[in-house]
Design a protein around this ligand. Structure first.
Ligand code: ATR
Length: 262
């Protein structure tokens, strides 16, 4: 019988997750069925419980339910607790666990691309759910400092208050070039990008967008125009977070082979 997996979110239609996880499953000759479940906030609790009561093996959670789903879980892993968000559900000893593999997925992708975080100065633009989810993992990766810049400054201040190595900055306070600049805003989904100032970037600055494909284009192109040599979208992070989720479900760590999953 195939292992039942699902992604709960709204919307979920364009997700690459079914393909990615089918590719992983093939590596271990596992039979899986990965469904996309478009669900509203009101129905989330019931649908998730139902899925696991009916034999569901594991699930991913995406926007906008990563915070709300915490109320459905019996236990949270340390990294889900720190991120205050859940993107992966798995069963263990009859209990429903919530985990968050987004942050460690980002770190694994950065490592894979030889982008160092240790002792680096990192600027994050945005202070919404996506940034909240990756911040604990980035802090564990020993940066010199993380600066958070957001349209709504109070949200940047709230996130920055979680660590002495984190600072909220408004646009006028940002002067120096950074080692790594991460776009964590949702602007790319509207074909837009947060503005980058020339002084924030020099030839060694790495640019990373947490979104991938078309949504990341405007930001990455802007950065390249300003002289950045290395600019990446979040496709690698998507694959790495999926691999860590797959490991929670099957205790097998898949090998990433991008061409095969796209
Ligand atoms: P997600 O879960 O994708 O992170 P979110 O929690 O709604 O979504 O966060 C969206 C982020 O994009 C926030 O940092 C938001 O800035 P605000 O906190 O000021 O709302 C940012 N964002 C969205 N639209 C924006 C815009 N037009 N200009 C600047 N920032 C924007």
């Amino acid at each position: 019988m195939s292992h039942q997996l699902a992604l709960f979110g709204h919307p979920v239609t364009h997700s690459l997750s079914p393909k990615i996880h089918q590719g992983f499953a093939q590596q271990f000759s596992l039979d899986i069925e990965y469904r996309l479940i478009d669900v509203t906030n009101d129905a989330l609790h019931r649908r998730v419980r139902q899925f696991f009561e009916n034999g569901g093996h594991g699930a991913n959670i995406t926007v906008p339910h990563k915070q709300a789903v915490m109320a459905v879980t019996d236990q949270l892993t340390d990294r889900a607790q720190q991120a205050a968000a859940v993107n992966t559900l798995f069963k263990q000893d009859g209990q429903l666990w919530g985990d968050n593999t987004d942050g460690d997925g980002l770190i694994n992708d950065l490592q894979n691309k030889n982008i160092s975080t240790k002792n680096q100065h990192i600027l994050i633009i945005g202070a919404g759910g996506a940034v909240q989810g990756i911040l604990p993992s980035l802090l564990r990766a020993q940066p010199a400092a993380i600066y958070i810049h957001n349209r709504t400054q109070t949200k940047a201040q709230t996130l920055a208050a979680t660590s002495s190595r984190c600072h909220a900055l408004n646009e006028n306070e940002i002067k120096q070039p950074f080692d790594l600049i991460i776009n964590g805003t949702s602007l790319g989904h509207q074909g837009k990008s947060p503005e980058l100032k020339p002084s924030w970037i020099d030839h060694h600055t790495t640019i990373y967008d947490l979104t991938y494909g078309k949504a990341a284009m405007t930001f990455l192109q802007q950065a390249i125009k300003l002289g950045a040599n290395n600019a990446y979208d979040g496709l690698g992070m998507l694959h790495h977070q999926a691999a860590l989720a797959f490991y929670q479900w099957f205790r097998h760590m898949p090998t990433l082979n991008y061409e095969r999953y796209e």
